[in-house]
Design a protein around this ligand. Structure first.
Ligand SMILES: Nc1nc2c(ncn2[C@@H]2O[C@H](COP(=O)(O)OP(=O)(O)OP(=O)(O)O)[C@@H](O)[C@H]2O)c(=O)[nH]1
Ligand SMILES: [Zn+2]
Length: 213
């Protein structure tokens, strides 16, 4: 599982000059957007489009800010005093949106996460933050599902982790095959969620209970 955890894969700003990928300047990024506007068939010098490159570059900073954050660090603050609690902790229906690495088009859906703590638990918001960090990178849904489970596994060393993502890929809805209502479902189980079918079934049941399916 460890191999799949990418903490901060391509940090290439001034803090890491040895990185393989050099981050372009703001001007270079804006010029690239002007090229794409021209490729779309419009005039980047048209008044309505003059500020568009700046806005797009700013939006990209937001969409892809996950490269600057470290999920393991986010999960490093844990609490021991859990009053003898000895069961799974589950976060259901975490809204997420990411961008597929093949088309750079959004895929949008929900993540469900459960883990079975040993002695220590993590603040529940941190699990949603981990989803956010990996979602704000160029992704495949499979990779992202594995990375989330891997990070929780490595950082918390729980008895097990379960992650499910259900998402609609707009690269399938808006272009290409044009099938707008396809849900892609991915799961990753570690530890007892992998070896204990009853625990795995409980995770799936807890998800279904909510959706009324
Ligand atoms: N497995 C997987 N595939 C994805 C994901 N996001 C997008 N894809 C797929 O990536 C594939 C890329 O296929 P290509 O044939 O190289 O590209 P394409 O010609 O644009 O493919 P079409 O979408 O079929 O038009 C497509 O089948 C997409 O549906 C993902 O998260 N996981
Ligand atoms: Zn795609």
């Amino acid at each position: 599982m460890d191999a799949i955890v990418e903490r901060m894969p391509r940090r290439d700003d001034d803090s890491n000059k040895d990185s393989a990928v050099k981050r372009p300047t703001q001007e270079e990024a804006e010029a690239a957007v002007r090229t794409l506007i021209a490729w779309a068939g419009d005039d980047p010098a048209r008044e309505g489009l003059l500020d568009t490159p700046k806005r797009v570059v700013k939006a990209y900073r937001e969409f892809f800010r996950g490269y600057e954050e470290d999920p393991i660090e986010v999960l490093s603050r844990t609490f021991e005093d859990i009053g003898g609690y000895d069961d799974i902790v589950m976060l259901r229906d975490i809204d997420m949106n990411s961008h597929c690495e093949h088309h750079m088009i959004p895929f949008i859906g929900k993540a469900h996460i459960a883990y079975f703590p040993t002695e220590r638990v993590v603040g529940i918001s941190k699990l949603a933050r981990v989803v956010e960090i990996y979602a704000r990178r160029l992704q495949t849904q499979e990779t992202m599902t594995g990375q989330i489970a891997g990070a929780i596994d490595v950082a918390l060393k729980p008895k097990g982790v379960a992650v499910m993502i259900e998402a609609v890929h707009q690269c399938m809805s808006l272009r290409g095959v044009q099938k707008p209502n396809v849900a892609t479902v991915t799961t990753q189980f570690t530890g007892e969620f992998k070896t204990n079918p009853a625990l795995q079934a409980r995770f799936l049941e807890l998800i279904r209970m909510n959706s009324g399916k």
